[in-house]
Write a protein of this length. Sequence first.
Length: 242
Amino acid sequence: MSEKLSTLAHAPWHWEWVPDVRPDEGDDDPWAAHIVELFTDWTSAGLDAARQSWPADAEAEFPFTADAVGHGVVAWLRERAAQLPAWSRLAWGAAFVDGEPRWAPVPVVVEFRRPEADDPNYLLELMGAGGVEGDDRPPSVDYVTTLSGDGFRIFALGRTSDGAAYGRVGAALRLDVPQGGDTADVGVDVLLTTLVFEMGLMAVIGSGIEQLMQQIAEESAPPPGGGQARLGFRAPQGEVQS
C-alpha cells in the first residue's frame, strides 16, 4: 500500500491554460480543437470498452463519444474561466498513472497580485495556512523553491455541510522576474487554489500543484536570448505586465 501511495504522490502531470479570448461565433477555435483531440486520444480506449459492454438489447444506443467528451470539457472550462476576475487565469491539469490519464481536467484558479507587503510571509495567513472554517485538522504546509522565487503549498481536509470530505488545496509564490536593461524587475504574488473531492486525487494533487508552480516560474522568466516571457502578469486592474 505504501509503495502504491508513493507512486501516486509522484504521478506526472500535464498543465495548460484556458485562453482568455474566445473566437467569434463561426471562427475556427484552435484551442477547442486541441482539447477535443487530447480528450479523444485519452478517452477512446475506455469508451470503446464501455461500448462493448453496453447491453445489446438496450433501448438506447451507447450515448457517449470521445469528441463529445472533448467538447464538453471545452464548454466547462470556458464557463469557469469566464467567471474569474481580470487578474486571474484558469489552469487545468491531468494526472497520469502508469502512463494513462487518471484525473482530468483538474481546474486551478491562479491569481496574479501586486505584493501587499515586502515580506511574503503574509501570504501564509492569506491562504489559510493556520486553518479556516471547515478544516477538519490543521493544514500541512510544504515549502517550494523555483528558479524565479520561493513559495509554499498547503493541503487541508475539510467537510461539506452534508459530511462529504474534500481537500482544500492552496499555494502561493513570490516571483521576482528580472526584465533586463533599464526595466525594473517585476514582483508578483501568484496564488493558486482548488478543491478536490476524490480520495485518489487528494493523494496526487500536492505534487501536481508544485509542478504547476514550477511551470509558472519557468514561463514567467524571459528567455535566455532576450525577448518576452511566455506568461504575462495581470494587475488587479486587468493590465498585463510582461
